[in-house]
Design a protein around this ligand. Structure first.
Ligand code: GLY
Length: 316
């Protein structure tokens, strides 16, 4: 029996999920559905945690991470710390498809690859994101030397200032984070995609879990696919998405698999108490999600009816 195509995503994924569901409903692939859904999220200027309009690093540059993983082959493509390109998820897919000897390209190398592939360049720092950045600096007790201007080019001074800033900034309030999109198509393929502008005010060059296989993103057609949002360093230390899939493999129901991963993460010492959230999808279309905070949700669309259902994540 053909599986019932389904797509799900973390908070704010609704910007792209309908289009992803439409692709699935027309018999398209989970890979196309995930890429298209995330491209639309990357174009959503009101979302400050992904793509254009994403919050910048400590130096005022928007740096993007993205990845995609295919469940049947566990093929993985990712980019990290990419500047100046509109759709990092599409560059990640191109790494997967056109550069199979590699899984992850970062910074200048990823940008070279994107230029060679003709990917759209774009100024990613919107006026609104720039204002949020300035406001964060204004409320900081540190100087603003770290902000990139013609007058503050001293790298040593910058390095000290940026470190102080990264240490000083509180974790961003609200549901900051990455977008995960997971899809199952009518051929039974399971794909996980992730896109993010990463931790707001991060140290330049910081790459988070979204670009790391097993951390922010994992898909294994035998058991399921999972994605993480939020505190990426916790997810990297734990290999959060992989742990969720391992939990599915041992027989956990989806909510339980997600919750158990967060329970394990909560045992790790971490002075940055930003939260970690996760969601997963099984090869037979079951899904679940978990969060450390009340009120966290994820979005689901079954391609057959095209209706978006927002479901609460279980709370740790
Ligand atoms: N989870 C996204 C990040 O830490 O960059």
């Amino acid at each position: 029996m053909k599986p019932a195509p389904i797509i799900l995503g973390s908070e704010r994924s609704e910007a792209g999920l309908f289009e992803g569901a439409r692709i699935l409903a027309e018999g398209g692939s989970a890979l196309d559905a995930v890429e298209v859904a995330l491209r639309l999220c990357e174009d959503n200027l009101s979302d400050h945690y992904v793509g254009t309009g994403g919050l910048p690093n400590a130096r005022g540059d928007v740096e993007l991470d993205a990845s995609v993983m295919v469940g049947s082959t566990r093929a993985f493509g990712a980019v990290g710390a990419v500047k100046g390109f509109a759709h990092p998820i599409s560059i990640a897919r191109a790494v997967l498809e056109k550069l199979p000897q590699h899984c992850l390209l970062v910074a200048e190398g990823a940008e070279l690859f994107a230029d060679e592939g003709g990917f759209e360049r774009r100024d990613l720092l919107t006026d609104e994101a720039r204002e949020l950045f300035r406001a964060a600096f204004a409320s900081s007790s540190e100087s603003v030397e770290g902000e990139r201007t013609e007058a503050s080019a001293g790298d040593e001074a910058y390095r000290r200032t940026a470190l102080a800033l990264v240490n000083h900034f509180r974790p961003h309030d609200g549901p900051w984070g990455t977008i995960n999109v997971l899809a199952l198509d009518e051929h039974g393929e399971l794909v996980a995609g992730v896109s993010t502008s990463g931790y707001p005010w991060k140290y330049p060059g910081r790459v988070g879990d979204s670009a790391i296989a097993g951390a922010g993103n994992y898909a294994d057609l035998r058991y399921g696919a999972a994605g993480c949002t939020g505190r990426g360093e916790l997810s990297m230390r734990l290999t959060g998405a992989r742990v969720v899939v391992d939990n599915l493999a041992r027989g956990d129901e989806p909510d339980q698999a997600c919750r158990a991963m967060l329970a394990e993460a909560s045992g790790l010492p971490d002075e940055f108490r930003a939260e970690l959230r996760t969601l997963c999808l099984t090869p037979d279309g079951r899904h679940g999600g978990a969060s450390g905070q009340a009120g966290s949700t994820y979005n689901v669309i079954r391609a057959a009816d095209g209706k978006l259902v927002t479901r609460p994540r279980v709370q740790l």
